[in-house]
Design a protein around this ligand. Structure first.
Ligand code: ADP
Length: 260
């Protein structure tokens, strides 16, 4: 049985195709200005990668902020439910999930059965999200992977006092002018994200095992800064950015079973 999950995020749209519950293919592209078109393209790309057609899909579940404008979804499910489901499947021992995406950050608590028991989400402000790092990477003339690696490598850090993206960018310009090494600034920026997310995490409580998902999970500087603050190791699953789409696809599989 073929099913699909689509996560139409603020920054990236991800699609995952499962065949009889197994990961068959996936696609990731920028959401851009037209989230409906991004969803169509991501689905077509993922189906193409698997050599399948849309007619073969038994169910499609859409999630992410753009899910409301996904016309071909069998069902639309919240991000929290889909990310929780994907994370629990990727690491059944996970009890805390930290997901940092393009324009939001969330911390989800799971019980032993992988069900969501509590969560907290910041989607009001770019501070503490991937967008913050994108702006700063441009300013530092780093790619996103370079920024993460430089931050993880740096032994020194500089305090970034502004949490607001606009003010923090001015602060970074000032630090560059003072000749502070780029990797120290990069580390300071990752520490600043970690501070914000740990503040959120403490409100729902952090229980081991901790799993990090979302695009920013690929940034080792943020992951290490979180580990230092939380005092526990953080696991990053393979394909961390796809966990919402993967969870959506698993829910589509349940749904397809019920629809049969
Ligand atoms: P959303 O679902 O909100 O669109 P994602 O979970 O797809 O967000 O994450 C998008 C974010 O991931 C981008 O804003 C970017 O900062 C970050 N990102 C993507 N690729 C990388 C990478 N290779 N290294 C570090 N960060 C990355």
């Amino acid at each position: 049985m073929l099913v699909a999950g689509i996560d139409i995020g603020s920054t990236a749209t991800k699609a995952v195709i499962l065949a009889d519950g197994r990961w068959e293919s996936s696609a990731l592209l920028e959401t851009g200005a037209n989230s409906q078109r991004a969803a169509e393209q991501a689905l077509e790309e993922a189906l193409g990668g698997a050599g399948r057609t849309r007619a073969e899909l038994a169910a499609v579940v859409a999630t992410g902020y753009g899910r409301v404008s996904c016309p071909f979804a069998t069902r639309r499910v919240t991000e929290i439910t889909c990310h929780g489901r994907g994370a629990a499947a990727a690491l059944p021992a996970a009890r805390t999930v930290i997901d940092i995406g393009g324009q939001d950050a969330k911390v989800i608590r799971l019980d032993e059965g992988g069900l969501v028991t509590d969560f907290i989400m910041n989607d009001k402000c770019a501070a503490g999200t991937g967008r913050f790092l994108e702006v700063m990477a441009r300013r530092l003339e780093f790619t996103l992977p370079e920024l993460g690696e430089a931050a993880a490598r740096s032994r020194q850090t500089v305090a970034i006092s502004s949490t607001c993206t606009v003010f923090a960018e001015s602060e970074v310009i000032g630090l560059i002018a003072l000749g502070r090494p780029r990797e120290e600034i990069a580390r300071g920026l990752c520490e600043s994200i970690a501070d914000r997310v740990v503040g959120m995490a403490q409100r729902v409580g952090v229980v081991d095992e901790v799993l990090m998902t979302g695009g920013v999970a690929q940034n080792p500087g943020v992951r290490r800064a979180l580990e230092r603050r939380l005092g526990v190791p953080i696991r990053v699953p393979e394909r961390a950015q796809y966990m919402g789409a993967y969870g959506a696809a698993l829910i589509a599989l349940d749904l397809a079973g019920l629809l049969r």
